[in-house]
Design a protein around this ligand. Structure first.
Ligand code: ADP
Ligand code: MG
Length: 681
């Protein structure tokens, strides 16, 4: 389909070669790009009653000058111009700096519109823009776009407006009419204008709602189509595992599986038996027992004669998994560990063993995806803490086998609805039940810094033979300061506790060997108190540790706090988590309170979803969630869920291919090379 909107932006009036190059840098190549380059915020010049203005926010005020403006000069070439405006029954003072020339343009009785920061207490505006006359003559809401240095906001506004004037009429509706009517969405062309130049906040909201739905629907249709195509293709392997052997193995376990473990396992095994390639996410809170489920699934595959792999993000984790799985399996299977620190002759040996299928399960880090690793009939792959790996890394590992079944594991307790929608191309299993007999971690919130009482509490636990983690204050954006903080805290605690009790220090700057050593010392109880930055967050298992102290707990997301807390409560003894925090706002306090009241990760994530400001729970792109242009997965999750259901219907009854009303959506999806690539391989 050749479309005028696919033409180069150079067609737009006012875009010469130089500007074109600059716009290209912003990712704007064709007219469509320009039209759909949405503002990230708006400057509002809406006139509101004074009582509705927000303190310290930008506001626009319109009034009549009571007297001529006055000007005071001070310093070198500095000036301050003051106007008194009659606004309804109030007098508002407007102050403008270093623009004394305005005095000549304005005189008593004139109507003036000023925009700037509003001070509710003094009824004063610090003016950034002013204009003689009524506000009505101005554009009420102005778009603000993301910029690079080479293009100014004024220029971008101008060319986008030009593009809208010339080409918005060529923008086609892509949603079926019944959907538009049903959800009362504005029509596409109209919504497009409103996105850039909204006539009101309400119309803007509807326009956004429309594009959010459109974006989510296309995403969901894509994901679900992908999943369907994957299922229909026979390119997978039906793993007809030996049920007897499997049952025997499960009986050797020292505990019965929980209901949730059984359910997840059944889902996984069913996928394995099927001829399509399994693509499943196994979600379960820390300590919920994902590893044993993984072990049983691995074993199933091994009984069919396949080789298997388990990839984890850190060496420490790889070693822990290797040790615990060797214990679980005993002599049943052959396990090797392959990490960056396995070197020289030993490495060569292991690589030979893998290639010659002398081993059944290879556990390792990123080392597994290096070229030199040559698997023999790799049939089943597990990726633990899956969000720590990029798409390409996961794919590289997959491609080392012939359509191996893939299982991804995560301890991030994403609310189920979100997980299903976010990972639309994966099936999701959830372990939402803890093994019996777990003692929930007692959690306390202590205001302020580490106190004598907390120090004494740690001492008391250590006296009973237990160990403690102390997590350092977190300073974002500064590695240097983070380390410095850790060192300071370490010195402080060493002063208090040593020599009778040994304190260790762990942070991101240590080499792998050093980290390893500190971890070993802690695991073997040579070190009783471990001061650490958040590097201990992932998967570390020291059951003898019963205390977790977290500095500046209010600066962490709930999910991260939960992960940290999950480092204790792993043994038979009662464990404790102490949150040191002095949150400023109500939300911060509420978060601390929630932490003290629940230890259920899913409950926490649901609560956080309700409470959080954007970007908190899934903070720092940790969870590998897809990113959207207009919509926000968390904020707009209802729309996401609606889109998911609608997409499921479109895919299940084949409307995408048979129903003319979806022709436009089909076109868009077919243009996506990514999806073609994914389906072809
Ligand atoms: P995670 O989901 O965090 O990876 P693990 O698999 O490490 O959790 O399990 C945590 C601990 O619980 C391990 O010591 C494991 O042996 C134990 N465990 C797992 N399943 C059960 C069960 N059904 N009953 C009792 N203990 C269990
Ligand atoms: Mg685990």
């Amino acid at each position: 389909m050749s479309n005028i909107l696919d033409s180069s932006i150079s067609e737009v009036k006012g875009i010469g070669e130089k500007l074109q190059a600059h716009l290209n840098e912003l990712g704007l190549f064709n007219i469509q790009d320009l039209l759909f380059y949405f503002p990230f915020r708006y400057d509002s010049y809406e006139i509101k009653p004074l009582t509705e203005l927000e303190h310290d926010e930008k506001a626009t005020v319109e009034g009549q000058l009571i007297a001529d403006p006055t000007v005071q000069f001070y310093g070198k070439k500095k000036s301050r111009l003051t106007m008194n405006l009659q606004v309804d029954q109030f007098v508002v003072k407007a102050v403008m700096f270093n623009r004394s020339f305005a005095k000549k343009q304005l005189s008593a009785g004139d109507t003036v519109t000023v925009t700037g920061k509003w001070d509710q207490n003094r009824l004063q505006v610090t003016v950034s823009q002013y204009k003689k006359g009524l506000a009505k003559n101005q554009e009420p809401i102005q778009p603000v776009y993301t910029l690079k240095e080479s293009v100014t906001l004024i220029t971008l506004r101008k060319v986008i407006k030009e593009a809208l004037n010339e080409y918005a009429s060529d923008v086609d509706e892509i949603l079926p009419e019944n959907v538009i009517l049903n959800y009362k969405l504005p029509e596409r062309k109209r919504a497009l204008w409103q996105m850039h130049y909204p006539e009101s906040r309400v119309l803007l909201k509807h326009a956004k709602r429309r594009f959010i739905y459109e974006e989510f629907l296309i995403f969901q249709v894509k994901m679900q189509l992908l999943r369907k195509l994957q299922r229909e293709s026979t390119t997978g392997n039906a793993q007809n595992y030996d049920n007897n052997e499997l049952t025997q193995f499960v009986q050797t376990l020292p505990f019965p599986l929980t209901g949730a473990q059984k359910r997840s396992l059944a889902e996984i095994l069913k996928d394995m038996k099927n001829p399509y390639r399994m693509n499943r996410l196994l979600q379960g809170d820390v300590g919920s027992g994902k590893t044993i489920v993984a072990a049983i699934a691995l074993y199933a595959s091994i009984t069919t004669g396949k080789q298997t792999a388990l990839m984890v993000p850190t060496e420490i984790l790889a070693e822990q998994h290797a040790a615990s799985l060797k214990e679980v399996f005993g002599e049943r299977i052959r396990i090797v560990l392959l990490t960056g620190s396995v070197k020289g002759k030993r490495r060569k040996e292991i690589l030979e063993q893998i290639k010659g299928h002398k081993v059944d399960l290879i556990i390792g880090t990123h080392a597994l995806i290096q070229d030199e690793v040559d698997f023999n009939d790799l049939g089943f792959v597990i990726v633990d803490e899956q969000h720590r790996f990029g798409v390409n890394q996961r794919r590289t590992l997959r491609d080392k086998g012939l359509h191996p079944d893939m299982l991804f594991m995560t301890a991030t307790p994403i609310p189920r609805t979100l997980a299903i929608t976010a990972f639309g191309d994966m099936d999701v299993s959830v372990i939402d039940e803890m093994p019996a007999g777990r003692k929930p971690v007692d959690t306390y919130w202590v205001k302020g810094q580490i106190t004598e009482r907390v120090l004494a509490f740690i001492q008391k636990e250590v006296n009973q033979g237990h160990q403690a983690y102390v997590i350092c204050p977190l300073i974002e954006e500064s590695d240097e300061l983070d380390i410095q903080n850790a060192v300071d805290l370490y010195n402080q605690l060493a002063e208090v506790y040593e020599p009778n009790v040994k304190v260790g220090l762990m942070h991101g700057r240590l080499s792998n060997d050093e980290k390893e050593e500190v971890m070993q010392q802690f695991a073997s109880n040579e070190v009783q108190i471990l001061v650490s930055t958040t590097v201990v967050e992932v998967g570390v298992n020291v059951p003898n540790a019963t205390v977790m102290v977290i500095h500046d707990a209010d600066r962490f997301g709930l999910s991260q706090l939960h992960q940290l807390r999950g480092r204790v409560g792993r043994g038979a003894d009662q464990s404790y988590c102490i949150l040191l925090a002095e949150p400023k706002g109500d939300v911060g306090k509420e978060r601390m309170r929630i932490m003290t009241e629940t230890t259920d990760g899913f409950e926490l994530s649901e609560q956080d979803l309700k409470l959080r400001g954007p970007g908190d729970f899934f903070g720092r792109k940790q969870s590998g969630m897809p990113e959207f242009k207009v919509g926000d997965m968390v904020h707009d999750y209802r729309a996401l869920e609606t889109a998911r259901q609608d997409a499921a219907e479109i895919i299940s009854n084949d409307s995408l291919y048979n129903d003319e009303r979806y022709a436009k959506i089909k076109q868009i999806i077919e243009q996506d090379e990514h999806i073609l690539g994914k389906v072809l391989d």
